[in-house]
Design a protein around this ligand. Structure first.
Ligand code: AHR
Length: 485
């Protein structure tokens, strides 16, 4: 059994873990919205006014903190007015990015109803690429204005007299690519125009600007001159190594290396943001508002792929990165919620099942709102053919008063690990939690075996003030322990 240790500094808080780090993203793409979330009110599949009951219930149980919509690339081609009002009056349009027709039955009011049912905070991504500041300003007014304007009355006629109070607004998506193929300087000028009309003196919205790689981000912020007009800067992180199933051992480790490669990006972009924040450091956060595995199986138009135990472990590694950078990562949204890419839920007509990644979200849930702590891991590493070194143990820790929550993943494919968890100058007692393990790294859940990979109870020994956790190969644990002096 391999030996490893995780040493935690109980008094060195990195920052509060924003629950929105455990957020989600649903786009009008493949079977994510249509079939996955929306089946229409006349479907034989059980629904609340068109929204699948089983999927909404699974999202509610997971307490998803935030949901991004309507895209992705779809956002910069979307006219929000197509998706409001009487369903038989809504136009059918081409979905130019994802090779399908959009009947607009799931629009703003349906999305916001989904958020109400699930308890998620809505995050709407506006159209900069083919839209205007006026259109986005009207969309904000439709959703949020508490008065007697035509748009506020239209919202009431459409069934919601009270303002929705949508706070999170994305100013475009991938405007360096499908959102208009802009140069960063050009996007900065558009951003400034949009921001002017979205932030009149009586509203306080949280605006998420579109970022990209480090050079783009630098040129964008440099053109703005400061980070004063943005609240978050978004970056995307997709990764892959070999196929989604049938991967080699090396490809298993390489996927972890690709997942971890997000960490240096976060560090560099945080420094950049801090530089442009000037006298007010720490106000602007990073939003990794699309991330996850994108395997070669996921091709247009469906972008469907198997969602394996390996994918779930890679998500654990990414969550540890987010927790370690709780002072700068303000939001993250896995791509995408149902049936598309790194899905947490999959459906086939009336059947629905939870993927291993759903369970990893569940395992990490207790970190939300805790104070992130510094955790130093000492373990062996595996070298990949591409020359990366993958530490066999990934961990992150947080505290809620006198309770410590620590997540540890043994990434080694064949060797169990004995991990000693200790706290400097404090003792740990009474540890219990949950474990996500599988009979094979490419194990998936499916309609005939929905619980092949699922959480089980776990406990570890607390002796002489530290924990001794035996963790099987390729498994993640989440443990609560009492902190005593
Ligand atoms: O998530 C799928 C697509 O990936 C999104 O539409 C786009 O933003 C990204 O390139």
């Amino acid at each position: 059994m391999a030996q490893a240790s995780v040493k935690i500094l109980p008094d060195r808080s990195i920052g509060t873990i924003n629950p929105n780090i455990y957020g989600h993203f649903a786009e009008h793409l493949g079977r994510c919205i249509d079939e996955g979330i929306w089946v229409g009110p006349y479907s034989p599949i059980d629904n609340h006014g068109g929204i699948r009951t089983d999927v909404a219930e699974a999202l509610r149980k997971l307490e998803i903190p935030v949901l991004r919509w309507p895209g992705g690339c779809f956002a910069d081609a979307y006219d929000w007015r197509d998706g409001i009002g009487s369903s038989d009056q809504r136009p059918i349009r081409r979905n130019i990015w994802w090779g399908r027709e959009e009947d607009n039955q799931f629009g703003t009011d349906e999305f916001l109803r989904l958020c109400e049912i699930t308890g998620a905070q809505p995050y709407i991504c506006g159209n900069v690429g083919s839209g205007s500041p006026r259109e986005m300003m009207d969309w904000v007014e439709y959703c949020n204005y508490d008065g007697n304007t035509d748009l506020a009355r239209l919202r009431a006629e459409n069934g919601h007299p009270d303002p929705y109070e949508v706070d999170l607004w994305g100013v475009g998506n991938e405007n360096w690519g499908c959102g208009g193929h802009m140069e960063p300087e050009e996007y900065a000028r558009h951003y400034r125009r949009f921001e002017t009309y979205l932030q009149p003196r009586d509203t306080e919205l949280t605006l998420i600007a579109c970022g990209h790689d480090h050079c783009w981000n630098h040129a964008f912020l440099n053109t703005l001159g400061s980070a004063d007009s943005i609240d978050m800067l978004s970056i995307h992180h997709y990764y892959k190594a070999g196929p989604g199933t049938g991967f080699s051992d090396d490809e298993y480790y390489q996927l972890m290396a690709e997942a971890i490669s997000l960490e240096p990006r976060i560090i560099r972009d945080t420094h950049l943001i801090r530089f442009f924040e000037g006298d007010n450091p720490g106000r602007v956060g990073l939003a990794i508002d699309e991330w996850g595995c994108w395997h070669p199986e996921a091709t247009r138009p469906r972008l469907y792929q198997p969602s394996t135990h390996r994918d779930a472990l890679s998500a654990a590694v990414v969550f540890d990165v987010f927790n370690r950078h709780a002072d700068s990562v303000a939001m993250a949204n896995i791509a995408q919620t149902v049936n598309v890419l790194h899905a947490i839920i999959q459906t086939d007509e009336e059947k629905m099942w939870l993927t291993p990644t759903y369970h990893i979200f569940d395992l990490y849930r207790p970190h939300m709102n805790n104070k992130a702590l510094e955790a130093m891991t000492d373990c062996e590493a595996v070298a990949t053919d591409a020359g990366d070194e993958v530490p066999c143990v990934s961990a992150s820790a947080s505290r809620d008063g006198d309770r410590l929550f620590v997540t540890i993943t043994n990434l080694h494919l064949s060797e169990a690990a004995e991990v000693t968890v200790s706290l400097s100058e404090c003792d740990l007692a009474f540890a219990e939690g949950q474990i996500l393990s599988a009979d094979a790294p490419d194990a998936v859940n499916g309609p005939d075996a929905p619980d092949r990979v699922t959480l089980a109870e776990y406990c570890c020994d607390a002796e002489n003030g530290s924990l001794s956790c035996g963790i099987p190969a390729a498994s993640s644990v989440g443990i609560w322990a009492d902190i005593t002096q």
